[in-house]
Design a protein around this ligand. Sequence first.
Ligand code: XIL
Length: 372
Amino acid sequence: MKLINNYIPLVFLFVLVSCNSQNTKSNSASLKDNFKGDFYIGTALSADQIEQKDAKVDELIRKEFNAITAENIMKSMFVHPLKNKYDFAMTDKFVAYGEKNKMFIHGHTLIWHSQLAPWMSEIKDSIEMKAFMKDHITTIVSKYKGKINSWDVVNEALNDDGTLRKSVFLNTLGKSYLVDAFKLAAKADPKVDLYYNDYNICEPKKREGAIELVKNIKANGGKIDGIGIQGHWRLESPSLEEIEKSILAYSALGLKVAFTELDITVLPNPWDLKGADVNQKFEGSAKMNPYPKTLPDSIQTKLADRYAAIFKIFLKHKDKISRVTFWGVHDGQSWLNDWPIKGRTNYPLLFDTKLKPKKAYISVMQLKENKK
Ligand code: XIL
């Protein structure tokens, strides 16, 4: 009996130590290490995050992610606000941050109709537009030659039905602007990977449009290396079948496939609303923001299952996938709190507002851990 009693503290110590080492193990595990050799795991950085304003957020970024995209500061309205003025203060910081932390650095984005510097939308004819594109693309891509690893050369050139979106670029140059953009980028940095990036391109019609767009660039002598599927998704759609079909279809064109802006909204879509009864307004907005305090467990689980199912497909096709980037670090800063309705509380990412890993994080991590 005495012998057993002597052992009790020892057993207790052993349990304590082994629990602790398990904790350290799970605390040191990270998305980027877990998916090393499969694809990069990226995040979008806000201006504050680039400037490392919050040490805890910064620690999380460096621990979990090995690829970065600037959420806003590389867009034309910030980087090229006036015809004769570039502002590289923030983009320099962004690139330096990536280099210091040995991260894959993605450039977002060169030619896009949104967040366009106002002077650019005034461009009236093909001569002016050609001069703009040459100056804009050459200046920016050359500046970061050998530092930025891939570029979204053109963003969102398609309508949902697969036709080309009416934009200042299409209006002045016709569809040749797409080829021109890719040629200019390749000339400025022949080694950098060049992507076409868009949303809803897992939907059949828009996918057909994207395939045509890529073929057209190639047929006209442009270099295009990859397709960026943004991945602003919902719990129910797009279907896993369409996601898989898209990976296969784009990869069959000889392209790398990247998921560039992944997030999954759990909130109702306002466009399901029918009619315009003003009395519906208050009721409507409360209905549109159903989880202002916390996400119910049942939805948390749905989100975890959806993320796991999606990552299972990513892993199945890891040979075709270059990068999976989340659009933001944690729920508290997601753009989906303010889009398409301002001031809601959404839960689209793997870390919560307090930077704690969610059930979705665990379900994604377990896909690999079970195989080790
Ligand atoms: C979003 C940013 O997250 C917001 O902060 C900004 O107000 C609007 O743009 N597709 C893209 C991204 O290519 O650049 C967009 O980012 C989201 C949709």
